[in-house]
Write a protein that binds this ligand. Structure first.
Ligand code: PMP
Length: 401
């Protein structure tokens, strides 16, 4: 007999690494805007998606507090029957205007926004997905019925061959992250849109990381590429640039109306609590009115990126505040993580199955609330850990020994 609860350790890739003493996952921490308290110790928070630093912004906190007092802690119901407030509708209107789309529906999490895509994926459809897409997009596809074609990460020739081999009669959707969450690189939107037009496909972009961050106005990867109308459907989250929690789908009115009544992750889950909605609204005000936060985060990113490369680290093709530092061996990755943590820097170590086995990396992230001193301290930590573990040369290229 098989005990369904027996899930063996080989399937849990992190087990041995965690048992070795490092505890990089599920650490209780309290974020204080650029720094965090972990086990009573103050560390530099280099592992947060709070790129603009809005989760600790006093205006966002005040808006959430007021909404909490006025509307309570929960909507206690799903949006369709008993969980919609005027506040949700205001957020949807504001986001539609911000993103330049006819309509928006908000969801309780960004994950659920991506699951909602399943409602568009019928038996007579085909979906084309980048192999590095976020888990929530992967699951959205799993919940649908469309024929699924995967293409190698950002490999446009591969996408094109998949598109041209698909049955022309099927409805087609290309589904991609806008900014990839582990490597920090951007999808090749101009080429994706051109291919979509040639093959009669629609494009859906998950803007979880790029909405609020990229483009002069912060409208995301489309604005960054000068292709505001490139994506037919946009999904997003409030858990990164918007200092809150919740998600969104933005697109043509009829598509959003269809999703409101057919997407199960929209229909059957209690709606975003009022404080979260109010926080997202206050954050949207700041995203729109304080572009200097984006400049700040990119200045700091450049400082960190340049410093890491000068030390001899491989940091992939990211130009964004998500910087992957490639290590390779998983146990070594864990030791680098531990060394950085001991030096007072909290990062993320990414191991299989998040990245392919043997391609462990440390993900470092920058926030507008970091200071130059924070960035320099992160660089010092990488230098000493990397030299001690033989990852980088004893002295940086250009340094005098
Ligand atoms: N998409 C991407 C690319 C993400 O990185 C994440 C969260 N890590 C999500 C969607 C899900 O968003 P949420 O945290 O709001 O569920």
């Amino acid at each position: 007999m098989t005990d369904i609860f027996r899930k063996h350790t080989p399937r849990f890739a992190h087990r041995a690494l965690v048992d070795s003493g490092s505890r990089p996952f599920y650490r209780a921490l309290s974020d204080r805007g650029g720094e965090a308290l972990i086990d009573g110790r103050r560390v530099i928070m280099a592992a947060s998606n709070d790129y603009l630093g809005l989760s600790t912004d006093q205006r966002v906190i005040a808006a959430a507090t007021t909404a909490l007092k006025r509307f309570g802690s929960s909507c206690s119901g799903s949006p369709s029957v008993n969980g919609t407030l005027l506040l949700h509708q205001e957020l949807e209107r504001r986001l539609a205007a911000f993103l330049g789309r006819e309509a928006v529906v908000v969801t309780t999490t960004g994950f659920q926004a991506n699951l909602a895509i399943a409602a568009l994926l019928g038996m007579n459809d085909a979906v084309f997905t980048d192999m590095s897409n976020h888990a929530s997009l992967v699951d959205g596809v799993r919940l649908g019925f469309a024929v699924h074609h995967k293409y190698r990460h950002s490999d446009m020739a591969h996408l094109e061959s998949r598109l041209s081999r698909a049955d022309p009669a099927l409805g087609k959707l290309i589904l991609t992250d806008g900014m990839f969450s582990v490597e920090g690189d951007l999808c090749r939107l101009p080429e994706i849109v051109a291919l979509a037009r040639r093959h009669g496909a629609r494009v859906a972009v998950d803007g979880a990381h790029d909405i609020g961050l990229l483009g002069t106005k912060g409208r995301g990867v489309g604005e960054y590429f000068g292709l505001d109308d490139g994506a037919d459907l946009i999904t997003g989250t409030f858990s990164k640039c918007f200092g809150s929690v919740g998600g969104l789908l933005a697109g043509p009115q009829d598509v959003i109306d269809y999703l409101r009544y057919n997407a199960r992750s929209v229909l059957f889950s209690a709606s975003m609590p009022a404080p979260a909605v109010a926080a997202a609204l206050a954050a949207l005000d700041i995203v729109e009115s304080e572009p200097e936060r984006r400049d700040r985060v990119f200045d700091l990113t450049e400082r960190l990126h340049t410093g890491l490369r000068a030390q001899g680290y491989r940091t992939g093709s990211s130009m964004t505040p998500v910087i992957p530092v490639h290590i390779g061996d998983e146990e070594l990755g864990m030791r680098v993580w531990q060394g950085l943590f001991d030096a007072g820097v909290f990062t993320n170590v990414m191991t299989a199955p998040v990245v392919p086995r043997g391609r462990a990396l440390i993900r470092v992230m920058v926030q507008a609330t970091h200071t130059e001193a924070h960035v320099d301290a992160v660089l010092d930590a990488f230098a000493s850990v990397g030299r001690r573990l033989g990852l980088i040369p004893p002295t940086a290229p250009g340094d005098f020994p």
